[in-house]
Design a protein around this ligand. Sequence first.
Ligand code: NAP
Length: 297
Amino acid sequence: MVKILDGKKLSGEIAVELTSKIAKLKIKPVLAIIQIGNNPESNSYIGRKKAYGEKIGAKVHHFALPNSISNNSLIKFIKELNERKDIHGIIVQLPIPKTLNKYEIMEAIDYKKDVDGLNSKNTNILYESPFENLDPKKIPKGLVPATAKGIVTLLKKNNIALVGKKVLVVGRSVLVGKPTALLLTAENATVTIAHKHTINLPKLAKENDIIISAAGKAGLIGKNCLRKGQVIIDVGTNAVAGPKTLEEVTKYKMVGDVDFEAAKKIVSAISPVPGGVGPMTVTSLFENLFEAYNLQK
Ligand code: NAP
């Protein structure tokens, strides 16, 4: 029978651990979320982060800045937060307006407060790992993007073997695909990255033991991509039309990239959408905040 990789349950268990760790701290970890403009999706993500933070005893400050803010003013604001001893983590909620230089903004965040793991110091530590020939005491500590971290935690806590396994990561974004591929490479998996130019995705998918789909395309991973024994992590979140209500209004529902109903009859384990990677992302963000807090000691 297929095993459901339940991110909601695991996220709840990690929340209990984080709550007890934070309860022991005199000064509580504080996360600053900077929002530019008023993107409705960002509002919802920020709401979830605030609720989770409050649940575990951390603090979340939400700084809402106008769309008109200049690159320099935003960088100055971030640098002020870098200096503040009462702020332990900083997120600039993405997406940001195209008038701003995302790279420069990520670079402005002190890497020890960069809980989204997008500053080049953090991406470089991930790029260099595993540090196999280095004295363990000298291995630099960095922060990795929360979704990638959550995916690996979901696999490991479910005792899914990674060493020597063939893993296909569908998607090469800076936030999800690339860091996930690097983390799994550091775990000694053999990783292939697919994207829109990949030829014959179904054949490639079937050749892999684990498929991680982060494309944002409903139905991309169907029956033709799957075989017995595979483990599937569905990162995609896609709003598709659901059944019409009695008032003939179309309701939308959230699905992943994977045809879940077909997959669960074939593969050995799969993460659902919702309730898989989503909750793991929020949890991992707060694990990062806790790590950032310790890095700043
Ligand atoms: P993104 O920046 O749009 O990247 C999507 C990637 O998928 C790109 O590399 C793209 O290839 C590839 N792709 C798209 N269609 C494809 C296809 N038909 N075949 C092969 N590759 C294809 O998105 P993202 O930020 O990485 O997010 C990916 C998905 O995960 C989205 O649905 C997002 O909502 C979801 N997500 C969920 C969570 C969570 O916590 N659950 C967190 C983050 C993201 P190219 O590079 O060639 O364009």
